[in-house]
Structures are given as C-alpha cells and as structure tokens.
Design a protein around this ligand. Sequence first.
Ligand code: ADP
Ligand code: MG
Length: 689
Amino acid sequence: MEKLGLVRDIDLALHLPLRYEDETRLTRLRDARDGDTVQVEGVVTDNRIEQRSRRQMLVRLDDGSGEVLLRFLNFYGSQQKSWAPGVRLRVRGELRHGFFGREMVHPTVRIVQADTPLADALTPVYPTSAGLPQAYLRKAVAAGLRRAPLDELLPEALWPEIGLPRRWPSLRDALQALHHPPPSVSLPELEDHQTHPAWQRLKFEELLAQQLSQLQARAERAHLQAPPLRSRRDGLADKLLGVLPFQLTGAQQRVVEEIAQDLAQGRPMHRLLQGDVGSGKTVVAALSAAVAMDAGWQCALMAPTEILAEQHFRKLVGWLEPLGVKVAWLTGSLKAKAKREQIAAVASGEAQLVVGTHAVIQDQVEFARLGLALIDEQHRFGVAQRLQLRRKLESSELEPHLLMMSATPIPRTLAMTFLADLEVSTIDELPPGRTPIVTKVFADSRREEVIARIRDEVARGRQVYWVCPLIDETQDSDAAADQAAGRDSARRKPLDLSNVTQTHADLGEALPGVGVGLLHGKLPAAEKADVMARFASGELAVLVATTVIEVGVDVPNASLMVIEHAERFGLSQLHQLRGRVGRGAVASVCVLLYAPPLSDSGKQRLKAMVETTDGFEIARRDLAIRGPGEFMGARQSGAALLRFASLEDDQPLIEQARRAAEFLLHAHPHIAQRHVARWLGNKSEYLKA
Ligand code: ADP
Ligand code: MG
C-alpha cells in the first residue's frame, strides 16, 4: 500500500477505481450471449474432479433458464466440498462456448441464500500491484473513505459566489459516487472522467488548491523586501548599449524596460523572459545585470551546462570588463584552488558578476550583496536545483530579484496553472536580417548527398554542426527531466559514444583538409572549452557533437545543421538544436536525417519541423503530441501535481478555479488555508520551485 502512496486515509479516499464491475443485477443464462461478462445465480447440480489435459474441477450450475459449466484449474479440496450439489452460488465471469457447451473459466464465486441481496452499487476495481488483492484494497479504501476528513470546506452559501453549480455534489458525495456508483449511473460518463458532476467537483477542488497556493506564493512575495535597483542615465547599462555591435529590437527594448521597472521596486522581481531561440535574450540579461551592478549590487548568471556558461562568460567579459566590471567564473570542474579564489572574490564583493553552472548556488558560495539572479534556460534545471536556488535566495535579508530565461514558450494553460506566480516578458521579434531556416528531411541512406553539401558550405567559408543523439548524456542537465519528458530516444536502444566518435572519424575522412571537431559530455571540461573556442573562432569548420550544444550555443557563422537520428529527439529539442543556425544574415539549412521506419509521433515531429520555425507554434504542437504531463517534464517529476484535472481538457474549470481562488483569498482566507493544507500538505513547496 505504501508503494502505491496509500498511507493516510485521504490517500485511500483519493485512490479512484480504474473501472467498475456490475454486481447489482443478475442475468438469466437464457438471455446472455457468449462473450458477455455477466453475473448469474443458480444451484449446483454436479461437482466433479476430472483428469483431462490436466486435473480440473467441473461444477455444473443451473439457474432455471439454462445451464453453465464452471471450470477451475486451480482449486482447493475444500471448495469441492462446499460447492456441493444443492448449494446456491452467485458467480460472475465471461461466458464462453466450450467443448461441453457453455462455460465460465475461473469465475468469482460466492455462496448465497435465495434471499441474499444484490450489491446496491457498482463494484470498484482499483489500480493495484502484485500481492495486494483487490478484495483487501476495496476494504481498505472503503474504510479510508469513511474516516478521511472530507468535511465540506466550502459552505453552500458561498457556492454562487465562487461559481460552483448547485447540482454539484459535496466532495464527500463526489468521492462516494466515484468509488461506489449507484446502478443507475451512466458508466461511459463516469469512465471518461469529464462531465460527470462528481468528476467536475473533484477536479475543481484540486485546481482550486493549486490556484490558491500559486496566489499565496505571489502574495507572500509581495511582502518580501528587495533592494530597489534604479537605472541611471549614462550609467553602466547605457554604456553597454553604446558598445554593442547592434541596435536592440523593439521587443528587446520593451522587455528591458519591463525588467527595469521591476528592478526599481522594493520587492523581489519574479519574472520569466521568454523568447524564441535566437531572439536575443542574452543581451537583455546583460543589460539587466548592468542596472543592478550600477546600483552597487552583485549579479549571478546561471546556465544549465558548462558549455553555455562558458560562452556567456566570454561574451559578458568581452562586453563588461572594458567597462570596469570584474566577472567571476564558477563551475563544478574548477580546480580547488581556482574555485577558492573565485568564491573569495564573490564573498568579498570584488566580483560584481559571477557566471557559471549551478555551482553558483552551492553552499560554500556566499555573496557579499546579491541583488539579481539570472537563470538561463531555466526549464533545463531540475526541481531540486530550483528549490536549492530558492533557499539560497531566501537566506539573505533582502531577497534578490530573479529573472528566468527560456526559449520554450509556455502555453497559456500551463502558464495559468503552474506559473501563476510569475510575471512573463516575451520577446516576440527576431533581430532583423535573419533569413528563415529551411528544414529538410532525408532518410539516412542519403548521407552522401548531405556530406557533399557540407563540402560546399565549408568551401564558402561557412560552418556546420552535425549532431548525434546520445542518451546517457546527463552530465549537466537533468536526467530525470529527459526521462519524464519521454523522449523517444529514452525508450529505444541507447546509442553509445561510438556513434558520435564514428561519425567524427567518417566526416574527417570524407572531408580532407577540413577541421572537424568532436564535442561530447564525456570530454574533460578544458577540452570541451577548447573545442568550442576553436569552432567559435572558425578554426574548426565542422563540429560533430552530442546534444551538449542543445541550449544557447551561439556561433553566427554556422549555416548548416545536420541532425542524425532526428526521430529520436523530442520536438522542442529539435527546435532548440535547429536554433544553433540561422543566427546571422546567411540563409541556413537544417537537415534532419532519420532511420526508417518512422513511428507516427516521429513523423508528426519531423513534419512540424519542416512546416514551421516559430517556437510558439512548435510548443503548441509539442503539447498536442506529448500531452502536458510530459511537456512539463522535470516539474512533474518532483511531485505529481495534478492527479485528476487535465490541462488540455479542463481549461474552463481552470479559469473558474482561478476566480474562486481570488475570491476566497480575499474574503475567506481561513477557508483558503484549510483547503490548501488538505490538498497539498507539504507538496506546496514544489509548486513554488
Ligand atoms: P537567445 O535568445 O537564443 O539566447 P542570443 O542572446 O544568443 O539568443 O542571441 C542570438 C544572436 O543574436 C547573438 O549572436 C546575438 O549577439 C545576436 N543579437 C541579439 N540581439 C540582436 C539585435 N538586436 N540585433 C542583431 N543581433 C542581435
Ligand atoms: Mg540563450
């Protein structure tokens, strides 16, 4: 029971049936057809043990309208004695046409009297695990349901105000109806988990708890203090703008302004900056950091992989050191001595900006005055790391401001349910002069043509990525997220390193005189950095890599992306990878190589890639192909957040729950409190991560 999470009474009460069996009525054998699963009642006319192909007990039952043979391959001697001729049995099973006429193999059997009443409700069949018999579980659930504290928290007087229809049952009645539906119930309506009032009520309760906890987190944040960071005219941010080799797009200007307004407040910013790959989020982060540093506070920029962190470090050093900013560098792979020095520079406040992986939030790291934390590609961080970050931020007297960045746009339902506690800024415009990427899909057998294309591209001075899947690549990213995201690659035979090293060797051979680099997570950090730097400088024309380059890598001269075994990647991951090209003015191409045969969802993903380059559209399709549970990946692996409601189907309920939550928090905070406690217990921590 513990394995199934059935510990408290309320857990049992919320353990809902998979399906139901109808033991509320008897079928006359004459009216039943072969193949029907029915309950019949009759008197035993014969009971014998026979040795046919194997030993078996044959019980003949007569219900007055017809006869059926009950056949048992496993049985006890005591059963033969008690199911003797003349005894009345109520049996339930599937009717089949056997060699000796009608039979049921291993029906469920109960000895009854002529006046034993029928069940007055459908019989629940619960999800269970080996060794936990259904009958035992049924009793436990029924007892749990009786004892669970399900008293109505929403007094009926409030129902009109919070938008609960009068015809909805109380929570207790709803659960009662779901566990023990009356014989009159419409089973299809109950089993599709949608419109039945009991389902609606249950889902509403759950969504209400979720909305309440989000709104509470937001309200708590409003009471926290953060340093007000006001931008100065001709300050560091303006100076940075002056040295940038480009003009901000209108969208970038707008989001910089939104962020600046938040920073100037005395309460902590909690903002998500979303923008498609290549929309220019890094410079927005740098400008925000400049504002904070100008006001005399430190900034931290965290990236999910070392390669990305390193790239940010170089870029920010290039932009900011000439303006007098000292930038520290912190990752897990630093040597002990270097690490101590960097940590000391952060602790003394000498370093105004620290860039790195999640090493930045480890316990030994103490900031002198952290004013702003920037998280790049935040969806790639696991729940545990997000919680660690929160704790780090909360430990200081004044909370720092927080800006998260993501190239995976959040569909509206997700934003409302999971991220209600977050402000969102969107960069909805790409920098000018980009030529849209053309995407092509080829079967793997056309590799030679693709290699010829690489030769042309390199001859024109362009650069090429060749990406191979490798599933045990978990070094910096969150393995659990990949698992939970159900990427196809995780389900198939894993590809090991030989795949990428072999491709590297093949390409080296096919392209004599061309610099071909190899990059994967198993290389030492220094070597990774070196390969990346040589590719960025153009010394290497071709980079064969695993998905370590998936997020954020920025080499604008790269114009061709080849993705091998593209069918093994998730859609948003393909989009991220493709986003490594098309970053300059040159027309770029993305070639998706696949190994036939393609699964249906594989086909859909490749088709989506060909049809659109718009990240929002990709996210929409990804959600449609994978469903929200998998879409949320890491977040869900931390805690099962929505058990009953569905983000896709219950949009109206979500909105309704949102309005109810706002009303309750305002007018009846005690009810709100008790409701959240009942539903979330200690899980509410996760919701804030
Ligand atoms: P992402 O949003 O994917 O993190 P980056 O910040 O890496 O995108 O920016 C992608 C590329 O576009 C970088 O080479 C960056 O220097 C460049 N870039 C950013 N903003 C502009 C702009 N306004 N005009 C031209 N190029 C820009
Ligand atoms: Mg980026």
